[in-house]
Ligand binder design. Structure first.
Ligand code: ZN
Length: 152
């Protein structure tokens, strides 16, 4: 379920009631773990989401391409996996843009999701992630989002 918070923006708060699970892998690609993960996912025909670190993508571009080629979703997990807790808007924006460029260049896919390292959230992270400046305009909430709203 997608939630929406006027300060932090949209987030995934809970899975659907049909008890599906979604596999996500962070911090890759990694030359030791990623091939084994991809082999296993292919063997069982299971899709997953990989939140990639831009610097790792630059080191292992073939693995990033393989993730996309095998039908998995790629997300942005910053360029250097830095803690964003004390970063300003400009550093956050740089981290997101550098990672996006690395992923686009290596894998030919623009990430449409972002997962912050260490679970960082801030009121201005959303505007950095969406490219909007200033306070993000609130979006209409769906009934489901209202039911599962997170309070900061
Ligand atoms: Zn991470």
């Amino acid at each position: 379920m997608m939630g929406f918070d006027l300060i932090f923006g949209p987030s995934v708060e809970r899975g659907p009631r049909n008890r599906r699970i979604y596999l996500t892998f962070d911090d890759g690609p990694n030359e030791r773990a990623t091939p084994a993960i991809l082999d296993t996912l292919a063997e069982f025909r299971v899709p997953a989401a990989f939140f990639l670190v831009g610097d790792h993508v630059q080191r292992f571009p073939r693995l990033a391409r393989r993730v996309v080629k095998e039908g998995h979703m790629v997300g942005n997990h910053t360029h250097n996996h830095v803690k964003l807790h004390f970063a300003g808007r400009e550093q956050i924006r740089d981290q997101l843009e550098m990672a996006n460029r690395a992923i686009e260049c290596a894998a030919g896919r623009t990430p449409r999701a972002f997962r912050a390292p260490h679970g960082y959230r801030s009121p201005f992270l959303r505007s950095c992630a969406t490219g909007r400046r200033g306070n993000p305009a609130p979006r209409p909430q769906t009934a489901a989002a209202r039911r599962h709203r997170v309070t900061p």
